[in-house]
Ligand binder design. Sequence first.
Ligand code: MSP
Length: 706
Amino acid sequence: MAKFFLTTAIDYVNSRPHLGTAYEKIAADVIARYQRLCGVETRFMMGNDEHSQNVFQRARELGVEPLAFCDGMETAFRDVWARLDISFDDFIRTTEARHRTSVTTLVSRLAEAGDIYDGYYEGWYCVSCEAFKPEKDLEDGNCPVHGKPPQWIKEKNHFFRLSKYRQPLLDHYAAHPEFLQPEIRRNEILRLLEAGLDDISMSRTGQAWGIPVPSDPDSVIYVWVDALINYVSGVGYGADQELFETWWPADLHVIGKDITRFHCVFWPAMLMSAGLPLPRRVFGHGWVHWQGQKMSKSLGTVVDPLDAADRLGPDPLRLYLTKEIAFGQDGDFTWDRFEERYNVDLANNFGNLVSRLASMAHRYRKGRLVAPPSAPGPLAEAAGGAVTAYREAMDAFALHGGVAAAFQLVDAANEYITAVEPWATARDPARAAELDRQLYDVSEAVRIAAVLLTPVMPSSCREVLARVGAPVVDPGLNLDRDAVWTTPPGAERQVVKGDPLWPRLDPDRAASNVEKDAQRKASPPREVVGGKVRVAADAGAGAQRREQRTMNESEQPGGGAAAPAAAPPRSEVGGSAPVGEGAATAEAAAPRAPETPRISIDEFAKVELRVGRVVTAEAVRKSKKLARLEIDDGAGVRQVVAGIAKAYEPESLVGRHVVFVANLQPAKLMGIESNGMVLAALDAAGQPVLLTPDDPERAPAGSAIR
Ligand code: MSP
């Protein structure tokens, strides 16, 4: 069986994980889960880097023993990783005995190779980087990474003959272009090698916190030399030869771009000196930025990953970081963007697809879908294309590309539903087999999309697979077997209904974090329009909203609840429908005689009518009549609640153009905010008949109505 040994950088434990360090672990976890999905025996190792001076100082500040401090931090780190669903197989700490054994063995090998000699180091040292800093690299006398002045140190050290490995390293890079990815990092390291290498100090004197140099117990091994060796100590180097031979060399080290020099120059040189094989690949990912700079504890620019996971769930966070940041490049985290993507990708797109399927499957087939004898529809080909693109991207560590390929299939399934209109098919009993095909194909597309997204959103996809009645859910999935379109005639599956997987986020109750609250307070009132938060044109809008009449007060005989007081009677099925089932009903909305007083053109001009396109639609829970729509209004997406669910299957509205009142004050219906009113004529039975432009191509979303 193929094997894959994958590692991340081990974290300094002087502070808790932040979203930047968590990003690395999530990305590596996606890779590990993808390998397992491919049937590859995978060993995924992470851990903590404990022999740093910062850790020692932090423990001293707190008045605890360094080891006891590290024990506590291990628990804190493990808790975060568990919450983020990081599936490591091994967690190493550099204070463990197994690590000390390997470090001592490997450093002894370097000495035996004649690569260690005594000398003096005099120069700058940044404790935050735990790195010696050449004068030329400082910016205004500060460490360029941490913006702090480094220390001047002068001490007797043991040196490693790094310079000896310059040519062997260049040769290795030439022979193994895949060794360091992405390309940009490789070029940086090649430039560095071409410029020449100095030997490096590999010990520190006058410190007790660390692993002693085997030949000199008064010195401890430099923390980076110590830390790098974790990659082999985790697989038994110097202690368990069989384990070591099973897993070494590592297939991939996932690390941040700031530490490529350590991993791609020092580490391979140390391995060469010790006569050990080099890791097959190193991937130097980019940084998560916060407010324009690297998220970093020492810069004070951090977001707690638990806050982000608590806000929308660990899977949405994993999706955001994987999909929105091209793996290898830097990317931003902002609460607004996180929430926006959640609404767009999950609530409106994938989640809506799963709900649409479940509601149609139950409405038309009591949840039991049977594949008919006919050939599969176009979704089979879309799924094949998505799987191919997904594999290509994931194999190249383009994690964002893999997710995008899976979402192509989600999009294709949503578009297919809009195009074939299963609700129309369902109206004709002669088309029963056609309806079976449509529903089964959609369920198969959802199943395959969930298989592909399993590495990114493991627990949500497990739920999606269970809901579409998939025969296998994770663990136990296999890409070769389970990402293949399979709809043999007569195959059956039971689709399960459930609560929305990702309820749409009401941006008015958005992130409770200080940063966002502060941002809000400083800004003019905002108006919610679907997935986006818009600053209201009228700064008084918030106050108006608070003064708004209650729904019962706003009831009008024609159901025109929140319509402007002077407006002529309009048949409406929009945001002004009263709370509960009764009000915007047939009886209440029956055609009425045009006996209302006439209004002036100026009065009419106060009403802003526009064309909108329905982006998503779903029945409002516990209501037979209300549907929650998201309408593209040409400038954004807004939420409107409409009393049309009895006359229209909500799913059938997706993609349709409607006419709506755009400047209505927001109103709450069944607790859901509605920002507008969809217009309809009323038939003889008082049922709404939607108004729609004759030619939506000429009057697309946002078009004004006069
Ligand atoms: N202890 C060393 C690594 C030793 S590996 C043999 C270290 N620790 S760290 O805690 O500072 O960083 C751990 C990892 O998180 C590193 O790969 C680092 O690049 C990464 N990141 C730290 N801040 C980050 C962001 N803001 N964004 C993305 N990754 C970030 O370095």
